[in-house]
Design a protein around this ligand. Structure first.
Ligand code: ZN
Length: 115
C-alpha cells in the first residue's frame, strides 16, 4: 500500500568525504576548508560552485565521493565475515594448521594400510 522510505546506511547519512582525483587531497566536511573560509561542517554539496581544490586548484567536478570516514562502511564490516580465520590468535592458527596436517597424515596412513 504505502511506499517504504528509502533506507539509508549510516555511511550514506553522514556527509561523505570527497577526494581530489588530481592530487589526492581529501575534502572532509567535518573540517571544512580554512583556506577558502569554508567553516567546519560544510558538506561538499554545499560548497560554492567556484570552490577549487586548495592544493592543486582543479574544479569541484574533479572530486570523487570516497564515503564518510567516521561512519562504519560495509567494507569494514565484511572483514569480520569470510572464513573467520582472521579473528584467530596465532596460537589458534598454528593449531589449525598442524591439526590439519595430522589429520591429513592419518588419512594418508589409512590409505596405506588399506593397500
Ligand atoms: Zn587537488
Amino acid at each position: 500500500m504505502s511506499e517504504r522510505p528509502k533506507e539509508l546506511t549510516l555511511a550514506e547519512l553522514a556527509s561523505p568525504n570527497y577526494e581530489c582525483r588530481a592530487c589526492g587531497y581529501v575534502y572532509e566536511p567535518d573540517k571544512g576548508d580554512s583556506k577558502a573560509n569554508i567553516p567546519p561542517g560544510t558538506a561538499f554539496e554545499e560548497l560554492p560552485t567556484n570552490w577549487k581544490c586548495p592544493v592543486c586548484g582543479v574544479p569541484r567536478s574533479q572530486f570523487a565521493n570516497v564515503g564518510a570516514t567516521n561512519a562504519p562502511s560495509g567494507f569494514q564490516e565484511n572483514l569480520n565475515y569470510g572464513l573467520g580465520v582472521n579473528n584467530l590468535t596465532p596460537g589458534q592458527k598454528s593449531l589449525l594448521i598442524y591439526g590439519g596436517l595430522v589429520v591429513a597424515f592419518l588419512f594418508f596412513l589409512s590409505l596405506y594400510t588399506l593397500n
